[in-house]
Design a protein around this ligand. Structure first.
Ligand SMILES: C[S@@+](CC[C@H](N)C(=O)[O-])C[C@H]1O[C@@H](n2cnc3c(N)ncnc32)[C@H](O)[C@@H]1O
Length: 271
């Protein structure tokens, strides 16, 4: 029985075949394909990990349309994950598992070369200076991604935050992106746009991380864009193209910029 205070912690057990605690998921490390083979007609052709899957609305719709691929979503929040598990169960999907935990655990959850793709869509921006250390996209996490991705595996990232986008590119030592102007007045009415305007700030040069030789040795940038909304599904050639996440819908409606980064794992270890 769960000893966690969150009322949804225990309730995840209602969907014990779908949702797990990330700590318990380490039992499936290296054998996720076998795990899915038990419920899917055949073993998955592709294994995708979605970070911050929230209520799994986005993941479930993609999983339904792609029955030959399997998807593992993770989120830190119990309630949204519970809702996600209920949804996956209700849709009768056999190719989705949900984990309650932190994405930083990735190398305890997956074995070497196990994943084809990692999706990180709208990670928390941790925009204030003392919070920057909490950002998910940093050297340690990317090196863990390289460990668990197959050679040729990819990481896809979307963010609405220009400073986070600059931060990511800085890890590769890429030139600073030319950003849309962010100096407009913050709308006086409360709402998503005003809230976003307060956190969406480009970063000062001295706050950006240094280029990481280890990250550059393992990953190459395939595509970067300051206007993800302009990329068609055909151009992207991914399972998620043409479908918006929950957060993304809001950004599109408000015509806020969405930044995109796609990197490919070219080497498993430092050259
Ligand atoms: C800004 S929301 C984006 C949700 C979804 N990806 C979307 O685009 O609609 C970020 C989500 O990531 C989850 N999250 C934040 N940090 C996390 C971490 N370290 N590991 C797992 N989930 C995390 C939050 O609980 C939240 O559901």
């Amino acid at each position: 029985m769960s000893t966690h205070k969150n009322p949804y912690a225990g309730r995840l057990g209602e969907f014990s075949g779908i949702a797990f605690d990330a700590a318990a998921a380490s039992e499936r490390k290296g054998v996720w394909r076998e795990f899915f083979r038990g419920s899917m007609e055949r073993g998955p052709e592709r294994l995708v990990f979605e970070v911050g899957c929230s209520n799994a609305g986005f993941l479930a719709s993609i999983a339904e349309a792609n029955p030959d691929a399997a998807f593992v979503g993770i989120d830190w929040k119990f309630k949204v994950l519970f809702k996600g598990a209920k949804r996956v169960h209700g849709m009768g999907l056999k190719n989705v598992a949900l984990l309650r935990g932190k994405a930083q655990e990735i190398s305890r959850i997956f074995g070497e070369d196990e994943l084809d793709e990692v999706w990180v869509f709208f990670p928390d921006p941790w925009a204030k200076k003392p919070q920057l250390k909490h950002r998910l996209i940093q050297e340690a996490f990317l090196l863990d991604c390289a460990r668990v991705l197959k050679p040729g595996g990819r990481v896809f990232i979307k963010t609405d935050h220009p400073g986070y986008f600059q931060w990511m590119l800085a890890l590769w030592g890429a030139p600073r992106p030319v950003l849309p102007a962010y100096d407009g007045p913050v709308p006086t009415e409360r709402g998503m746009r005003a809230k976003q305007m307060l956190v969406r700030k480009p970063m000062d040069e001295d706050q950006l991380p240094n280029a990481s030789a280890a990250v550059c040795a393992r990953f190459e940038i395939v595509r970067q864009s300051i206007d993800y909304a302009s990329l068609s599904a055909a151009e992207l050639g991914t399972l998620f193209g043409g479908r918006d996440t929950l957060f993304e819908k809001g950004f599109r409606e408000q015509k806020l910029p969405i930044y995109f980064l796609e990197v490919i794992c070219t080497a498993k270890r430092s050259r």
